[in-house]
Design a protein around this ligand. Structure first.
Ligand code: FES
Length: 578
């Protein structure tokens, strides 16, 4: 097969001058037979393996399989490391570094002799970070994840990552579970490497990568330790070489219609609220604006189909066995833009045609959904002029229309210090408000939005309460939790003006989130408000605070988003002396 246009890597390796010699000799220094590989596509393998990220720990094995596939298809694989974002260890949040990782990927692709790239991801932020970076460069691109980890059992019950931990932690706090049982749970809840095995952010984002057309069909939900994942890695390696020959670049796949398909898939999954921010950011790198109104409109016309934790019952092994993403796409096909191209060279419609759920308990039929629409809801009002999101599918239905007095925590430390105070004047009708936990406020937009139900309420048998913040929550979390309030309080949003006792109205059906305080009083409070002091004077956190956009704009950096389509083409390499 011959390339339809000259390979990009030839700018480094073709010719007989001293620069080409220098570049070829660099390959020879690694023991690569340059004569054999001459003129073959160079495939970069962006590997986010790290021992600081247990979720991505099988990516080395998968990279070896990708290389086999690349070589078998006639390409030269060159693996490179990127920073890795491990949700468990990174504090205050891996989200602080998503944009940094995207820059790492973008600049490595821009500056090196790479014709096509395989992106190896798994833990939550690694998937969008890689797509943001690759979308900014526009090479032939395919993504492969490490897969969900195997399911642990505790006392005969399967335990899902994160979600069951939160549930049992509430039992510990209310005295229903002993410390000894809690210690036992620790031995059982994570029995292998891989991503969280619920439909949390990691599994949502990799499913959306597949729905966008950027992963081979059916691959995203294969278990981390399943041999079929290794075979999929080899197939991914073979396919990227073909994609280079076909000049099938990411810009041909990441179209506005493809994002519509991804949003509908998110709604059918009952997936993570974090995916909203990530999809907006990825689309933004292609100068495609996704608005919260667009999310709302698509949410209202897409059935919620997937009965997976935390919105439902089952774990990712059951989702895969039921047919995974292709089955969901098959059910959704009447709503999808079937013409969208995928990395296979086929359209999404061709992939989805004839695919259905193998288990209707796990993936419901299009005409017999769990909910007819609205697994996520998008709110506005005087408390969130630029929007907020709530995962309706994981809430307590009776709280979706609620009015109650606010209990305000000025920041995360304040919340931790007082949440279990027996003197906290909280009732089941209260609305807990957390301020200064947004993108700029921390900084990094951490997952602090699932404010714990106060211990004194747990002891009364109350398991859910309305909570509102400018923060995010883990994709494994649940509850009547309003998130991503924009503008955030640290940027002067109305959330900063809430005081104890203020009445707040939540009306999800009416899309309303309102602070029921007279405007004249709010004006008075606004006049007396000043932004929190910024502790970070230098370095990356300071860059983040100065340039991060708000949640409704995807929390990308302002300087990374193209201002127009003219900013989209990749700046060509200037091949010369370094
Ligand atoms: Fe990495 Fe959940 S913590 S996928």
């Amino acid at each position: 097969m011959s390339a339809s246009k000259p390979l990009r890597s030839l700018q480094w390796f073709a010719g007989r001058d001293e620069l080409a010699l220098q570049n070829r000799s660099a390959l020879r220094s690694m023991g690569i037979d340059v004569d054999f590989y001459s003129g073959k596509p160079v495939i970069g393998i962006a590997n986010s393996w790290s021992e600081l990220n247990n979720c991505n720990l099988n990516l080395r094995e998968l990279a070896a399989a990708v290389k086999r596939g690349v070589i078998a298809a006639g390409g030269l694989p060159l693996e490179f490391p990127t920073i890795s974002l491990g949700e468990e260890f990174m504090k205050p949040s891996a989200m602080l570094y998503r944009n940094l990782m995207s820059m790492d990927v973008e600049e490595t692709l821009r500056s090196n002799p790479i014709d096509g790239v395989v992106l190896l991801c798994n833990c939550d932020k690694t998937t969008p970070a890689q797509l943001m970076g690759a979308a900014s460069i526009d090479l032939p691109t395919i993504q492969l994840n490490g897969g969900p980890r195997s399911v642990g059992n505790w006392r005969g019950q399967p335990v899902g990552s994160g979600t069951d931990m939160w549930r049992y932690w509430d039992d510990v706090r209310s005295g229903k579970m002993s410390q000894e049982q809690w210690n036992e749970l620790e031995q059982c809840i994570a029995c292998g490497v891989g991503a969280c095995n619920v439909m949390g952010t990691a599994s949502t984002m990799t499913a959306l990568s597949e729905a966008l057309g950027l992963m081979l069909p059916g691959v995203s939900s294969i278990g981390a330790s399943d041999a079929r994942r290794v075979a999929a890695a080899e197939a991914t390696g073979r396919r990227i070489v073909e994609m280079v020959h076909e000049d099938l670049r990411i810009s041909k796949i990441l179209t506005p219609a493809a994002f519509d398909n991804a949003i509908r898939t998110l709604m059918a999954l009952g997936g993570s609220t974090n995916a909203v921010v990530h999809l907006v950011a990825i689309a933004g790198r292609r100068n495609i604006d996704l608005t919260l109104d667009q999310f709302h409109e698509l949410a209202q016309s897409t059935p919620f189909l997937v009965n997976c934790s935390p919105s439902g019952t089952f774990l990712m092994d059951a989702f895969h066995a039921a047919g995974g993403v292709p089955a969901v796409l098959g059910e959704l096909l009447p709503l999808l833009h079937a013409e969208c191209l995928t990395v296979t060279g086929q359209t999404l419609g061709e992939i989805a045609a004839g695919k259905n759920s193998f288990n209707r308990d796990v993936i419901k039929a299009y005409d017999a959904p769990i909910l007819p629409n609205g697994s996520l809801s998008f709110l506005t009002g005087n408390l969130a002029p630029r929007g907020a999101v709530i995962k309706t599918s994981a809430t307590t239905p009776r709280l979706l229309q609620h009015r109650g007095p606010a209990i305000v925590f000025r920041n995360y430390e304040d919340m931790l210090a007082r949440i279990d105070d027996p003197e906290l004047p909280v009732t089941a009708d209260s609305v807990l408000v957390l301020q200064n936990a947004g993108p700029k406020g921390v900084p990094g937009f951490p997952e602090w939005g699932m404010i714990p139900v106060p211990q004194k309420l747990l002891e009364q048998g109350v398991t859910d309460i309305v909570r509102i913040s400018d923060s995010r929550m883990s994709g494994t979390s649940f509850g009547t939790v309003v998130l991503h309030v924009a503008p955030e309080s640290a940027a002067g949003g109305p959330l900063a003006l809430v005081s104890d006792g203020d009445e707040i109205e939540l009306n999800v059906a009416g899309r309303a989130l309102n602070l029921l305080v007279p405007e004249v009083e709010l004006d008075k409070r606004r006049a007396g408000w000043s932004p929190p002091a910024i502790e970070h004077r230098r370095g990356y956190p300071r860059l983040y605070i100065d340039h991060v956009l708000q949640a409704d704009e995807g929390c990308d950096f302002d300087f990374l988003r193209p201002r127009s389509d003219d900013d989209l083409p990749m700046v060509p390499p200037i091949v010369g002396r370094s």
